[in-house]
Design a protein around this ligand. Structure first.
Ligand code: RUQ
Ligand code: CUA
Length: 653
């Protein structure tokens, strides 16, 4: 026994040796291959990438901007989290962006960015992203790359099937992952079944300004609404949501939410519901949620509390909502570019289920139902099935499209991306990912017009792919060339936070519109000054307002006296540069917040509580010129009772 076992090991290890020798023997071949791959991702110094990728930050609460194919990170856009690098959420102007009905919240968990569309094609005007924890949707301008608006979503919890947009950006849609009592009440948790509701919110987007407003919320049965996608082209007007926990269990979901062989994809005819509410349908429910808007001209955000939301009870609008049975706790819910196929990825199955939109309409027409749930008709699985992909993979999660009739699905458990053909359902190619892939992205890959060329997979586990950095590693993304029949792995690159989904777009659609600086003559900030000569210091009781200018390489005023312990000092600072890429920073010793990074033409405000008597410096934090180190000033802080008058120096006077 023992000997034969040893013998087996010997054989295995020698054959392993042969294999590795063989690899070594092929070295010249391999490096030729590698150099051609290197060329495919090489962006020469000074040249630009061909695509932008906007990758969600997950538990960073933010959104990061990358270039493809290089995998270089260009920017982190603060969205739901305070960001000391720029002062977002610390400056007086941006604090209101993080206001909610729970008060000021400095963090969230962001998952699914989606770029605005016109006629189903990415138009590059805005990008939306969801806050998962304290339900919110943000809209980010793709001219300034700044968060312009955040709307809280009431009656929701775990805002996960969000933020996906319809093909003319009519709506950005947000669905609840956790059902909750609506409205919230104090009830025993085991009364979940039948009592808790899942709110699906349709947030209207203004065509010109992008301004959001909740148009209606559908109060669905208490399932978990996991992911969603709009119908497009022929299925435009519908929205599809995967559900799990149709068992409506409230404990040990790991077991109890996997009892039903099939959960549902909820198909929602939003056009029909829109018509219904436009004609006075729905019920107004008292609520309380924050709507925060940043104004590019005042450079200031305001937060308004909204007190009412329009709810729709599915029972009141028959014919608008149907359930499509879908095997094994589906996660991803993806619609192909033609709008014909709705793909549900049962995360506990090996196969993908593809529903047919035309068959769905036909079954609805013929009223062929297989029962109902809470009054919502359930369609017959066989009647609506377009086909299934026998993939041979395990744990399918998400699917994107290349516009050439192919689909690409990630498999978490078997760590791979599988390419398959729409219509024939045959598997064409499969490539491993390193490791445990979640989402994947193709530029335009969830629109009517995918741009193809690249696909990148966002992996959950990194392990040995990079130099170790202690117990925590950044997640790893992998870029593949998908222009040929077979996917070709080109590059690993690290991503920041936990990338869930990402949206990518050809750079040409965005880069010409990218703002270079803010015009000073358009600055409507109430504390802005238009030239350094207008600098002043004004006392209003205990509040001291400093109207300050910054320009290479000095602050005006640079020295201020007459401030006292117990005052509250506001530095209202205007950057007087009118040139691309010349921000200045501002930091005050002992300030209980971060620096401010102020863009040319912009005004921002830092609050400082002087606590100690003495002379205290401030300085510019951004190396802006040869004399950056000279960009500094002092504040003299006198005792509470002192009668030293306010005074300041104007440009060296
Ligand atoms: S999820 S790994 Cu938050 Cu989109 Cu599927
Ligand atoms: Cu301004 Cu350094």
């Amino acid at each position: 026994m023992r000997t034969s076992f040893k013998f087996l090991i010997l054989i295995l290890s020698t054959s392993f040796l042969f294999v590795s020798c063989g690899n070594k023997g092929n070295n010249s071949n391999k490096s030729a291959l590698n150099s051609s791959k290197a060329e495919k991702v090489y962006v020469a110094p000074g040249e630009h990438d061909s695509h932008y990728a906007f990758i969600s930050g997950g538990y960073s609460g933010n959104l990061t901007v990358y270039g493809l194919p290089s995998g270089r990170m260009f920017k982190e856009i603060p969205v739901f989290s305070q960001f000391p690098t720029t002062g977002y959420g610390y400056s007086e102007e941006t604090k209101p962006m993080l206001n909610t009905s729970f008060g000021q919240i400095p963090w969230d968990d962001s998952h699914h960015p989606d770029i605005s569309q016109t006629n189903g094609v990415l138009d590059g005007r805005w990008i939306f992203i969801n806050g998962n924890n304290t339900p919110r949707i943000a809209r980010i301008s793709l001219t300034t790359f700044e968060t312009e608006e955040i709307i809280e979503v009431p009656n929701s919890a775990g805002n996960h099937s969000s933020s996906f947009i319809t093909e003319n950006t009519e709506y950005v849609v947000a669905g609840t992952r956790f059902s909750v009592p609506v409205p919230q009440v104090d009830v025993p948790i085991n009364e979940y079944k039948g009592k808790f509701k899942g709110a699906l919110s349709f947030i209207k987007v203004d065509k010109k300004t992008g301004r959001m407003g909740i148009k209606f919320q559908i109060l669905m049965p208490g399932f978990n609404y996991d992911l969603s996608h709009p119908g497009r082209d022929k299925s435009h007007g519908w929205f599809f949501f995967t559900t799990y926990n149709t068992e409506e269990s409230s404990t040990l979901l790991e077991v109890n939410a996997s009892q039903n062989d099939k959960d549902f994809i909820a198909a929602i005819n939003w056009k029909k519901i829109e018509e219904y509410v436009d004609n006075g349908g729905g019920t107004k429910m008292p609520t309380n949620y924050a709507h925060n808007v940043y104004d590019e001209h005042t450079h200031t955000a305001t937060s308004t509390m909204v007190k009412e939301v329009l709810t729709v009870n599915p029972a009141d609008i028959p014919g608008a909502i149907y359930f499509l049975p879908t095997p094994k706790s589906p996660h991803g819910c993806d619609v192909d570019p033609t709008g014909e196929y709705i793909i549900g990825n049962g995360k506990l199955s090996a196969d993908l289920t593809i529903h047919s939109f035309p068959k769905m309409l036909e079954a609805i027409e013929n009223k062929k139902f297989d029962g109902e749930a809470y009054g919502i008709p359930i369609l017959n699985y066989e009647d609506i099935l377009a086909g299934s992909v026998k993939s041979g993979g395990l744990g399918p999660l998400h699917t994107e499209f290349d516009g050439l009739g192919n689909a690409y699905t990630t498999f978490f458990i078997s760590s791979e991306v599988v390419k398959w053909k729409l219509g024939t359902w045959e598997v064409i190619d499969r490539k491993p990912t390193y490791y445990s892939v979640g989402h994947l992205t193709i530029p335009g890959g969830n629109s009517r017009k995918p741009f193809g060329k690249y696909m990148f997979a966002m992996n959950k586990i990194t392990k040995d792919r990079y130099l170790p950095t202690g117990p925590e590693l950044e997640h790893s993304a992998q870029l593949y060339d998908i222009s040929g029949d077979k996917m070709e792995l080109l590059l690993d690159f690290p991503t920041h936070g936990e990338p869930h989904y990402a949206a990518a777009i050809p750079a040409s659609i965005i880069k010409e519109n990218s703002k270079k600086f803010y015009r000073l003559d358009e600055n409507e900030h109430p504390y802005a000054i238009k030239s350094p000569g207008e600098a002043k210091v004004v006392r209003e009781g205990k509040d001291v307002h400093i109207y300050m200018s910054m320009i290479r390489s000095h602050f005006t005023p640079d020295n201020i006296e007459g401030v006292k312990v117990g005052d509250k000092v506001y530095f209202h600072i205007t950057n007087h540069e009118q040139d691309f890429d010349v921000p200045h920073g501002f930091a005050m010793i002992g300030a209980n917040n971060s620096e401010l990074l102020i863009m040319p033409g912009q005004t921002k405000t830092l609050t400082w509580y002087p606590k100690k008597v003495g002379v205290w410096p401030f300085y510019c934090t951004d190396f802006c010129s040869a004399l950056h180190q000279e960009m500094q000033g002092y504040i003299r802080v006198s005792p509470k009772k002192s009668d030293i008058k306010l005074s300041w120096s104007l440009d060296g006077e």
